[in-house]
Design a protein around this ligand. Structure first.
Ligand code: HEC
Ligand code: HEC
Length: 178
């Protein structure tokens, strides 16, 4: 009988197939990741919005006036605006009105991806805004403006969560008296 040959192979296979993930993560191979490689992950430079916008503007040079839907990959709401204007909407309309940077809705460099919830919410907010503007404000009589409208800033004013209470003026009660 050869006691080692078959059982050794079998034991190795069993280990590979059934060792739970956490135990495998502590294998010598994982431990051998050089500390510098880990350091470079944590030392990644902070997101630079101005640079991201500059790179995007460079990438669409000559196509600024084409419909955004022809220039970008995943446009569902802002099909009618030009590519140049889409970037201005991202900058002025979205980030400033909410008080966030691009990473709130995007994985930088992978702008067409839809995996961040706020990006999906932003699309729904755009639809809500269109309903307010086209179905309600346009049909209201007696308003001051010729073209009354709301935009992201009307509600958000630099915050992710629009306020429900007016700013406190001296002598006013902190909440609506009940
Ligand atoms: C509040 C969320 C939000 C923020 C903040 C935001 N975006 Fe967007 N972005 C969107 C949504 C939603 C779309 C898709 C619009 C559509 O479907 O018409 C989009 C689309 C894009 C696209 C087109 C990608 C493609 O190929 O389809 C680019 C490029 C882009 N954003 C860049 C930026 C940059 C740069 C910033 C920061 C200055 C930014 N965005 C900030 C929500 C956001
Ligand atoms: C009529 C008011 C109103 C308008 C206009 C409006 N929003 Fe909102 N928005 C809200 C409210 C209310 C919430 C929910 C806040 C909460 O969760 O309590 C919200 C939440 C959001 C959120 C989720 C908050 C987060 O943490 O990411 C995003 C993203 C957002 N809005 C984007 C937009 C964008 C982009 C526009 C313009 C296209 C817009 N909103 C226009 C009222 C508005």
């Amino acid at each position: 009988m050869q006691p080692l040959a078959v059982p050794a192979g079998y034991v190795l296979l069993t280990l590979v197939l059934f060792t739970p993930a956490p135990a495998r993560a502590q294998s010598p191979a994982a431990a051998a990741v050089p500390p510098t490689a880990l350091a470079s992950v944590t030392d990644a430079p902070p997101f630079d919005q101005a640079m991201a916008l500059a790179e995007l503007r460079k990438a669409i040079v000559g196509k600024e006036d084409l419909p955004s839907v022809e220039v970008f990959k995943n446009i569902t709401q802002y099909k009618g605006v030009t590519a140049g204007r889409l970037l201005r909407i991202m900058d002025y309309g979205f980030t400033r009105s909410l008080g966030v940077d691009c990473t709130h809705c995007h994985v930088p460099g992978q702008w067409d991806r839809d995996d961040k919830a706020p990006k999906q919410i932003a699309r729904a907010m755009s639809q809500m805004m269109a309903v307010i503007n086209n179905d309600h404000l346009k049909k209201m009589s007696g308003l001051n403006s010729a073209n009354p409208s709301v935009n992201c800033t009307t509600c958000h004013r630099g915050q992710k969560r629009p306020a429900l209470e007016s700013p406190l003026a001296p002598g006013t009660s902190p909440a609506l008296p009940r």
